[in-house]
Design a protein around this ligand. Structure first.
Ligand SMILES: [Zn+2]
Length: 335
């Protein structure tokens, strides 16, 4: 079969189209013919490399995989992350805390290939009305947002939530999950078009990054927001903390602008702030979020569909922050 593989870290030139043997047929494994794969910021880290982190190269990238399951005669999306299914954490449903947790396309081979073979526990059947390209715009970012907003931050009715980078892949779902839980949402985004997208997804207001602190003050009085959802990191850290009410929670699932931030412990304890980390989530949580999609409570945000053969160009668009929501590539490797 044909696949895209990363043999070494670097620029778009390290993305290679290769011929590989099909993955082995195993006990209980099902064959999924890949039709679409959604891109995440994680794909950029996998390609570029991360100092101090070792990816198992060579690696097939691609975490958000949608295709046709041959044995089930059914369109499916795949769980983007899975645990060992045997340890205490996995048995509790906390797969992302399993020490053997694998994110597809990051710690194990992903979906930029003609086909995959996976256990049945990885399958998420496509709800009626959801196209394969729409489905590929969902799993990883939806799970990340669901786990951050609902599970980690415990957002509830009437709360006020600030979503930093609301038009990003994670942001578009964080806004929707917070709204679904009954919260009021403010989003930040860099351009009028991106702020418009945030409002269309249900944000009550959307402002430029540099106006966040002033806008929150106006929105909440002296109070501040209950929760800040962030994956930008260093460049938004200071404003995020200033936007938070006393007793509020800051929850992070990434650090695209830098990962080292100053923390004044006096502010932490005196204002009783919680700083929460979040990565992916349990496989059961994604099934819950998937049901919210099936019920029409959360909708996919698909910026555009490109050819898998043009993956380098797709990476460039993501790197240039030219994408609102998700960019999806169509599997056309054999053509
Ligand atoms: Zn486990």
């Amino acid at each position: 079969m044909r696949a895209i593989r990363i043999h070494r870290h670097g620029g778009p030139e390290v993305i290679e189209l290769v011929e590989l043997p099909e993955p082995p047929v195993g006990d209980g494994l099902l064959t999924v013919r890949v039709s679409h794969v959604g891109l995440n910021h994680l794909d950029l880290w996998v390609r570029r490399g991360v100092p101090g982190h070792r990816f198992p190269l060579p690696l097939i990238p691609g975490s958000d995989v949608v295709g046709f399951c041959v044995e089930r005669d059914q369109w499916v999306a795949l769980q983007p992350g899975y645990g060992c299914m045997a340890c205490a954490r996995c048995l509790e449903g906390q797969h992302a805390l399993c020490r053997d947790y694998i994110i597809r396309g990051e710690r194990g081979d992903g979906g930029m290939a003609e086909l995959l073979r996976v256990p049945a526990s990885h399958l998420l059947p496509l709800p009626a009305g959801l196209t394969p390209e729409q489905a590929a715009a969902l799993p990883l970012a939806l799970l990340t947002a669901w786990h951050m907003v609902r599970t980690r931050a415990g957002v509830g009715p009437g709360q006020r939530v600030l979503v930093q980078a609301g038009a990003s892949g994670t942001g578009v779902y964080a806004i929707q999950v917070a709204r679904l839980l009954g919260a009021k949402v403010m989003a930040t985004a860099s351009s009028p078009q991106r702020r418009e997208a945030c409002l269309a997804l249900g944000a009550d207001l959307a402002v430029p990054y540099e106006e966040a602190v002033g806008a929150v003050r106006e929105w909440t009085g002296r109070e501040g927001v209950d929760v800040v959802v962030d994956h930008v990191g260093a460049s938004t850290w200071e404003s995020s903390l200033r936007c938070l009410r006393w007793g509020g929670s800051y929850v992070s699932c990434g650090a695209t602008s830098g990962h080292q931030v100053p923390l004044d412990l006096r502010a932490l304890f005196f204002k009783q702030i919680s700083v929460l980390g979040s990565t992916m989530g349990g496989m059961g949580e994604l099934r819950q979020a998937w049901q919210a999609v099936a019920d029409g409570q959360i909708r996919p945000v698909l910026d555009r569909v490109m050819s898998m053969r043009a993956l380098g160009e797709a990476h460039a668009l993501l790197e240039a922050r030219q994408v609102v929501g998700k960019l999806v590539v169509a599997q056309d490797l054999a053509s």
